[in-house]
Design a protein around this ligand. Structure first.
Ligand code: NAD
Length: 361
């Protein structure tokens, strides 16, 4: 299979972790007979240094031409980097927000998976962790409260702020469909999270999700109120497979779910549009404090590349092989400094990539 992949190394540890993810993709191509061609694109601080802006129109066009985009991370140290002397619209993060918008990425996927080998990093009690957990939060990314009309007014000398939460049927339908499709590739359960006891937008959400569910009879659907979901994530995380929710609830719940895994260097993410196209990136930032020191954990980026294989390139077997290789290397006891524990072997970014590449069968 021939595929065009845009690589955005970005800033800080970005180039190091993307280099390792590419090493894994090269190994996948070799083992499974695929051919990926890569275009490297500049974003964030790296683009400011060359073009004076964090994202150029050419970069957007090149990204659109690709089948998928794999990104490291962007940004620098806000206190010391000259990028943060620029006005907000010219800073690194503005480039990423504009890119996401230009690519119409409305579905954000954040998996939270607990590796038994990293159980010590999980803040939950042993009896709650049980056999571990493996869930994906599917969050609507371009609607709801963050994109609704807002204003601050003054009434009789008292300031009043108004934010509006709007969703239409089409927006709910397309994100629900993504969640059901993803559940079809997993354990076939969707938990739709809302606040239908209070909000109209949630009542519409619930009824549209129920309609979409009829097209997926093999998937079990349950509804859960967002306050209960926040509790269940720390009480019984093993019950979840795919959590489907709107923008603000998803923002909060996905951070909660990822903290429960305990290891920032392990958390992958994907943002998808209506086609199979997606932008794949680790959930962490550019870690300027360890950039260039061969200390960064490349696993979040490697797992993001596995998501790219699964969701954009439809290569499930290859995605399984990458995820299994990560598992094997952890079982063998190799750890980057951020996840190091007693009795394990500490390795650098490059060595971790080598070990995972070797473990792909
Ligand atoms: P960060 O995630 O970069 O770092 C937080 C801490 O986690 C640091 O101690 C760092 O060393 C560590 N860490 C992060 N990723 C790691 C990895 N793969 N391996 C080992 N350790 C890792 O968050 P921050 O320090 O708040 O932000 C740094 C820069 O990243 C800022 O400019 C911020 O705006 C940017 N940022 C970018 C993205 C993105 O590109 N999507 C996301 C978050 C933050």
């Amino acid at each position: 299979m021939e595929q065009k992949i845009a690589l955005i190394p970005g800033d800080g540890i970005g180039p190091e972790i993307v280099r390792e993810a590419k090493k894994i993709l090269d190994k996948v191509c070799e083992k499974y007979g695929h051919s990926f061609t890569y275009t490297e694109l500049l974003l964030g601080g790296a683009s400011i240094d060359v073009h004076g802006v964090p994202l150029t129109d050419e970069t957007i066009e090149e990204a659109k031409k690709a089948d998928a985009v794999l990104m490291g991370s962007i940004g620098g140290d806000a206190k010391t980097s000259p990028w943060y002397q620029l006005e907000p619209s010219k800073r690194p993060e503005a480039g990423l927000l504009k890119l996401r918008k230009s690519l119409n990425l409305f579905a954000n996927l954040r998996p939270a998976y607990l590796y038994q080998e990293l159980k010590e990093a999980c803040p939950l009690k042993e009896e709650i962790i049980g056999d571990g957990f493996d869930m994906v939060i599917v969050r609507e990314l371009t609607g709801g409260l963050y994109f609704g009309e807002r204003k601050t007014i003054e009434e009789n000398g008292v300031k009043k702020a108004i934010d509006t939460l709007t969703y239409n049927e089409k927006e709910i339908e397309r994100i629900a469909r993504k969640a059901f499709e993803i559940a079809g590739k997993r354990r076939k359960k969707v938990t739709s999270v809302d606040k239908a006891n209070v909000l109209d937008s949630s009542r519409l959400w619930r009824s549209v999700v129920e309609e979409v569910a009829k097209e997926y009879p093999q998937i079990t659907l349950e509804h859960m109120l967002v306050d209960n979901c926040a509790m269940q994530l720390v009480k019984n995380p093993g019950q979840f497979d795919v959590i489907l929710t709107e923008n603000m609830f998803g923002d909060i719940l996905s951070d909660e779910a990822s903290m429960v895994t305990g290891s920032i260097g392990m958390l992958s993410s994907a943002s998808l549009n209506e086609t199979s196209f997606g932008l794949y990136e680790p959930s962490h930032g550019s870690a300027p404090d360890i950039a260039g020191e061969n200390k960064a954990n490349p696993i979040a980026t490697i797992l993001s590349a596995a998501m790219m294989l699964r969701y954009s390139l439809n290569l499930d077997q290859e995605a399984d092989a990458v995820e299994k290789a990560v598992q094997t290397v952890l079982t063998q006891g190799y750890r980057t400094p951020d996840i190091m524990s007693e009795g394990c072997t500490c390795v650098g970014t490059r060595e971790m990539g080598d070990k995972i590449a070797e473990a792909i069968d």
